[in-house]
Design a protein. Structure first.
Length: 305
């Protein structure tokens, strides 16, 4: 098992530790950037900056994806570590030479974060470099210098799981199947759908990010999970029509458009041009493509021809 000890903005930590969210965006201001250190479910520790210099919590790695600043806000909102978009922008713009208001940033999605009280903070491994670490440092869980960190995290997570009975022993572990077991948040869902569709709209193939939205096929309020198999990447207007039942996708991935658009609004030529067409873009990984179960549900429960 690999772990990462990431240099953590103190203001980011302080804001989120009062929220105790189900997920966070550990952003990197100098994006686009890559982060290939961890596999899903492995542990990302928070090491606070000077003058604190303590490890103050951790979370489980989900994925990393680069996106424009405004899309990162729409995806995670206050889970970016700021109370509003202006505050978030100011936090980002303080870092690095790029002062463009719509700069790209790296977004590392982490879920099940733990924020320790100050009297529980602990020192980094004794071989932590005195200088030269700008973003973080990678360790193996078998490294004696890091083993105690991993043990403390696993014991804490097991205690929480037993107390709340919200997750099983298997769900509390890391591993290659973490994303199929973990209870992911809304931000993780959006990011994973973005990645699965490679930022291309499912129905039209476009990739204009400002109007791109991850849609649940079976709505979350109706029991639909935050899974890529329950997701479609849609343009914002198509997302609205899909949720309202004016459009659907059949189990064989063809688009259907309701006659209600013409009947109720006396227009819709652009939308009727999509009727009967196959989806332009599907995830390359068959395991991430829309599930027939969720598509059947939308056809039967939401769509009205």
């Amino acid at each position: 098992m690999t772990i990462w000890i990431g240099i953590t903005d103190n203001a980011w930590f302080d804001f989120l530790s009062t929220m105790k969210p189900d997920e966070v965006n550990f952003w990197h201001p100098s994006g686009p950037c890559s982060f290939r250190v961890l596999q899903p479910g492995e542990i990302f520790f928070f090491k606070l900056k000077s003058p604190r210099r303590k490890i103050a919590g951790w979370a489980r790695f989900v994925t990393h994806f680069n996106m424009p600043l405004s899309l990162a806000w729409r995806t995670f909102e206050t889970k970016n570590g700021a109370r509003d978009f202006r505050s978030f922008s100011e936090m980002i713009l303080r870092h690095g030479p790029d002062k463009r208001p719509e700069r790209w940033i790296g977004c590392t999605t982490l879920n099940n974060p733990v924020f320790l009280d100050e009297d529980e903070w602990f020192d980094p491994p004794s071989n932590w470099p005195v200088t030269g670490v700008q973003q973080g440092k990678r360790y193996s869980s078998e490294d004696p210098m890091a083993a105690s960190l991993v043990e403390a995290a696993l014991l804490s997570e097991s205690a929480v799981a037993l107390e709340t009975r919200e997750i099983s022993d298997e769900e509390a572990r890391y591993g290659s199947t973490y994303l199929t077991r973990a209870r992911l948040g809304q931000g993780a869902f959006k990011t994973l759908v973005l990645q699965a569709y490679n930022s291309h709209y499912a129905m039209t193939g476009e990739k204009t990010l400002p109007v791109l939205e991850a849609a649940h096929i079976r709505q979350y309020a109706e029991g639909g999970p935050h899974r890529t198999r329950n997701g479609l990447l849609l343009r914002s207007d198509l997302h609205t029509l899909f949720d309202a039942g004016y459009m659907t996708v059949t189990p064989d991935f063809h688009i259907e458009v309701s006659a209600r658009i013409r009947e109720e609004f006396n227009n819709g030529r652009e939308y009727y041009a999509l009727h009967g067409r196959p989806l332009i873009k599907l995830p390359d990984n068959p395991a991430e493509r829309p599930s027939r179960v969720f598509l059947d549900w939308h056809n039967e429960k939401v769509f009205s021809a």
